[in-house]
Write a protein that binds this ligand. Structure first.
Ligand code: HMG
Ligand code: MG
Length: 292
């Protein structure tokens, strides 16, 4: 982890774009990532190597990654989502060094998202983790629906902890707890983080909060009070999930940076570049770059 008080994981290029109706040009995505890198983001989730028919926006994963891979030379961690061994091999073929696996604490969401039960997800991940270890590839593991599921409602914190524990024991270096549909509350965060930290060291935990009416920031503050130092966010607060109806955007990077810097906690992020990145991608989503 960097020498700053907290670490921002900028997920805009992946979570922010995956559910956008307008398919963007590779150059627009690359420019977005370049501006985020200029802002000083230490980790950027660049794309995902999922099935192109399931998430058409990510069908250009190889091209986007190949065009931004050089940013890794400056110490930036470029992270990508991989759902299975096929995704891992696609990612490695273009030089990916950091991957994120994803499963959930809810069976229904996991099945709709990945066509696998939680158990089947783990079976998919074990060979990837084995390969990643041999390849020296760094691995994050997501537990989606950690604070509630669009299909099953509230999720038992013990079920979240069990999945987090399995991912951590299997070799994921970092566990990200996902509030996929933004239903977390400070009380819920306390309950879930208390349970998960019985199994996963707090230093290896990240919060990935989608934002309903500003609650994400309150949830992040609670996570910080409990010792978490890694927070996912997206420039401009874009985000969503095609398989979680009603999922709101991610908490905005601007709001997280402002909140922590105001309290004297350094983030290492230059908000001017974050705003430039957000405005660039907003214009692209509105189709304003087509004739440039
Ligand atoms: P599946 O259909 O079960 O896969 O999909 P399969 O193994 O049965 O294979 C079927 C066909 O797909 C085969 O082709 C495979 O080669 C191909 P065929 O032989 O029929 O011609 N295939 C692939 N092609 C390209 N890339 C691949 C790949 N895998 C199989 N990686 C799968 C399973 C998971 C791949 C699919 O369901 C999928 O892509 N789902 C998309 C999931 C997704 O992207 N969700 C959004 C991201 S998660 C999220 O947003 C939550 C998060 O933000 C945290 C939070 O907020 O909580 C992370
Ligand atoms: Mg998400």
């Amino acid at each position: 982890m960097a020498s700053h008080g907290i670490q921002i994981v900028e997920v805009g290029p992946r979570d922010g774009l995956q559910d956008a109706a307008k398919l963007l040009a590779v150059e627009d995505k690359v420019r977005f990532i370049e501006l985020l890198a200029q802002a000083g983001c230490p980790v950027i989730e660049a794309t995902s190597f999922v099935h192109p028919k399931r998430v058409p926006q990510m069908a250009d994963a190889e091209e986007v990654f190949a065009a931004t891979a050089h940013l890794q030379d400056d110490g930036l961690r470029l992270l990508v989502l991989v759902p299975n061994l096929r995704g891992y091999d696609r990612a490695c073929s273009v030089g990916v060094r950091n991957v994120a696996l994803f499963t959930a604490a809810s069976e229904t969401f996991n099945t709709k998202n990945t066509n696998a039960t939680i158990e089947e997800s783990m079976e998919r991940f074990l060979p990837i983790l084995e390969k990643a270890q041999a390849d020296g590839v760094w691995v994050r593991g997501y537990v989606s629906t950690a604070f509630g599921c669009p299909y099953e409602g509230p999720i038992d914190p013990k079920a979240v902890a069990e999945v987090a524990d399995r991912l951590y024991q299997a070799g994921c270096a970092e566990i990200a707890l996902g509030d996929t549909i933004g239903v977390g509350t400070p009380t819920r965060v306390r309950q879930v983080v208390s349970e998960v930290t019985r199994f996963v060291p707090v230093g290896n935990l990240a919060l990935h909060m989608h934002n309903t009416r500003g609650r994400a920031l309150a949830n992040i503050v609670v996570g910080h009070e409990m010792g978490i130092r890694i927070f996912d966010s997206s420039a401009g607060g874009i985000g969503g999930c095609p398989f979680a109806p009603g999922a709101p955007g991610n908490v905005s990077t601007e709001s997280v940076v402002e909140r922590f810097e105001a309290e004297g906690v350094s983030t290492g992020i230059d908000l001017g570049f974050i705003r430039a990145a957000a405005s660039h991608i907003d214009r692209a989503l509105l189709g304003e770059h087509d004739e440039d």
